[in-house]
Design a binder for this molecule. Structure first.
Ligand code: HGY
Ligand code: MN
Ligand code: MN
Length: 406
C-alpha cells in the first residue's frame, strides 16, 4: 500500500493532502481570497499541477486548442467517454472551492474506482475548463463555449483583459473553436461543484443533485456625461454620469426585488477616476438572473428603461450592451433523477452558471453539489468541510462507476 498520504488512508485525509497541494496557489495574503485568472501565473501553476496529477495516474493529457485540458483513463480510440471536472480560475479574491473542488474530487474519484478494482467499460476523462468565471476576458465559460461552438473563436481571440492582452495572446495561439470531434467522443458530463447557497445546509445533506441553472447574463452599461471640476462646477450645471449610474443601480435592485430575481452591479469603471473630477464616463456591469427567461427579460428591460429616463433628467447618455447570456439550463432530467436516486440525495436548482450549463446543450449533463456551511461564494469566506468534500468524492465515484459500467 502506498505510504503517500495522498494515495492511502481515510478519504478525508487524502482529500486534505491533495487540497493542501493547491491551497496556497494564487491566494492573496491580505484578503485570503484567490487571484487565479486564466493563463496568469497561479492558474498556469494549477495547470501544471493538473498535468502532474494526471501523470501520477497514467492519464495522458490533451488540450483542445481552446485552453481546456483533458486527462484520460482508458483507450484513446474508445468513444462514449464519461467526462467530469470543472475549472481552476476564480473571480477576484474568490473562494478556494469554486471550481478546483470539482477537479480535485475527480482525480480522487479515479483513485476510488481503482482502489475498488473497477475497470470502466468506457473511458473516464477529467477536464479543466478555461476562463469559467470570465474574470479576465469578460465572457464566462469561455473555454466550454468555444469547445461547443457557442462562442465565435474570432470574437474570443480579440477579447482583451484590463491590460489590453488579448485572449489569443494569453492562449498563445488563436483559439481552435468548436471541436465536434472531441464532443462526439463523450457520452455524458458530470460536474461536482461546491454549492453556492444554503439549500444543502437547510436539508442537512452533504451532497445534492442539480435540476437547473437559472437563465442569466451580463450587460455593460456605459454612462456618458461631462467631465468637469468637482469644486467649481455648480450642481445645476452638471452632467454627472455617476449620478445616473447610482440611480440605475438602485433601480436594478428594486426591479429585481419586485420580480423575485437577482440583479448585481459589482464592477464599475470610472474615467478619469479622480476624487476632484466629475467623471466623463462611468461603466457598470449588470449581472442579472431570474428563475425564467421572461422574468429575466422583463428585469433587464426595466433597468434599461429606468437608466434612460434618469439619463434624460441628468443630461447624460446611457448605452446598454449585452455581453453574455445563458438561457435556462434544465439538466437532463433522466440522468439527474437517476443520480438523485442512486445517491439518495436532494435535488436543487442554482442561480450560478457553470461549464455544465454549456455542455448541457450538447450531451447528457448533471451536477453534484457539495454542502457549503454558510452558502457564501465568490468570496474568501467560501468554505466546505473535509468530511463533506469526502462525501462528494464518494458520491462522484459512485456516479462515475455507474456511468462507466455499461
Ligand atoms: O457567475 C457564476 O454564476 C459562476 O460562478 N461563474
Ligand atoms: Mn464562480
Ligand atoms: Mn464555478
Amino acid at each position: 500500500m502506498s505510504t503517500d498520504p495522498a494515495l492511502s488512508g481515510p478519504l478525508p485525509d487524502r482529500f486534505r493532502a491533495l487540497w493542501d497541494e493547491i491551497a496556497p496557489i494564487g491566494r492573496d495574503a491580505t484578503t485570503g481570497g484567490y487571484l487565479r485568472y486564466a493563463f496568469t501565473e497561479p492558474e498556469v501553476a494549477l495547470r501544471g499541477w493538473f498535468r502532474g496529477q494526471a501523470e501520477r495516474r497514467d492519464m495522458p493529457v490533451t488540450d483542445d486548442g481552446n485552453g481546456n485540458l483533458f486527462a484520460r483513463w482508458g483507450p484513446a480510440d474508445a468513444g462514449d467517454a464519461v467526462l467530469t471536472g470543472s475549472h481552476f480560475d476564480s473571480v477576484p479574491h474568490g473562494g478556494a472551492y469554486d471550481g478546483p473542488l470539482g477537479i480535485v474530487s475527480a482525480f480522487l474519484a479515479v483513485d476510488e474506482l481503482r482502489a475498488a478494482g473497477v475497470t470502466p467499460l468506457r473511458p473516464l476523462v477529467v477536464a479543466a475548463f478555461a476562463e469559467e468565471e470570465g474574470a479576465r476576458f469578460g465572457v464566462p465559460c469561455l473555454g466550454s463555449r468555444l469547445l461547443t461552438g457557442a462562442m465565435d473563436p474570432q470574437r474570443a481571440a480579440g477579447l482583451r483583459d484590463a491590460d489590453g492582452v488579448s485572449f489569443a495572446e494569453a492562449l498563445g495561439d488563436r483559439p481552435a473553436g468548436a471541436r465536434p470531434d472531441l464532443l462526439a467522443g463523450f457520452s455524458s458530463f458530470v460536474e461536482l461543484h461546491v454549492e453556492q447557497g444554503r439549500a444543502l445546509v437547510d436539508r442537512d445533506a452533504p451532497v445534492g443533485v442539480a435540476t437547473a441553472i437559472w437563465p442569466h447574463g451580463r450587460w455593460r452599461l456605459d454612462f456618458h456625461g461631462e467631465g468637469n471640476h468637482a469644486g467649481t462646477t455648480l450642481m445645476a450645471d452638471r452632467r454627472d454620469p455617476m449620478l445616473t449610474c447610482a440611480f440605475t443601480v438602485l433601480a436594478a435592485n428594486k426591479e429585481a426585488r419586485t420580480r423575485g430575481a437577482h440583479a448585481t452591479v459589482g464592477r464599475v469603471r470610472v474615467t478619469p477616476n479622480a476624487t476632484n473630477a466629475i467623471p466623463t464616463t462611468v461603466t457598470g456591469w449588470l449581472d442579472a438572473r431570474a428563475a425564467d427567461q421572461e422574468t429575466l427579460a422583463g428585469l433587464v428591460e426595466a433597468v434599461r428603461a429606468k437608466a434612460g429616463e434618469r439619463a434624460r433628467r441628468d443630461g447624460t447618455r446611457v448605452t446598454c450592451t449585452e455581453e453574455s447570456v445563458t438561457p435556462l439550463v434544465a439538466f437532463d432530467d433522466g440522468l439527474g433523477a437517476r443520480l438523485a436516486t442512486l445517491l439518495d440525495a436532494p435535488v436543487l436548482p442554482t442561480g450560478a452558471g457553470h461549464d455544465a450549463g454549456v455542455l448541457a446543450g450538447r450531451l447528457p449533463t448533471a451536477m453534484l453539489f457539495v454542502r457549503n456551511p454558510t452558502g457564501v461564494s465568490h468570496s474568501p469566506a467560501e468554505s466546505a468541510a473535509d468530511d463533506d468534500c469526502a462525501a462528494g468524492v464518494t458520491a462522484l465515484a459512485r456516479v462515475l462507476t455507474e456511468l462507466t459500467s455499461r
